[in-house]
Design a protein around this ligand. Structure first.
Ligand code: ZN
Length: 106
């Protein structure tokens, strides 16, 4: 896979995640006050926790993608940010925003 394809894939992924995160933020913002019923309250709180977790996960992913895009621009893409060796292409394929080789990531 060439770098332009990877870049396209990353940009696409980024847009998807941005849409997802903004939909989640939207849901979190319009959430009504918790219900009076205790067991319902617990369920509602659980849903909120899940949404918050998804939101922060998405933001972390966005961060990684942005970093990968910057590394493409600077020509460092595909090299491990810790030890500098070339990251295994199979790993890049599975995880296009990986910035570390498998050894350093562990
Ligand atoms: Zn490494």
């Amino acid at each position: 896979m060439n770098i332009n394809e990877i870049k396209l894939k990353l940009v696409e992924q980024k847009e998807q995640i941005e849409r997802r995160v903004s939909a989640i933020s939207h849901d979190l913002n319009r959430t009504e006050p918790l219900s009076q019923d205790f067991s319902e309250q617990a369920t509602e709180q659980e849903n909120l926790d899940v949404l918050h977790a998804l939101e922060s996960e998405g933001k972390i992913e966005l961060n990684l993608i942005n970093r990968a895009l910057l590394r493409i621009e600077s020509g460092e893409y595909g090299l491990c940010s810790d030890c500098g060796i070339e990251i295994n292409p199979a790993r890049i394929d599975a995880l296009p925003y990986a910035t570390k080789c498998i050894n350093c990531a562990e």
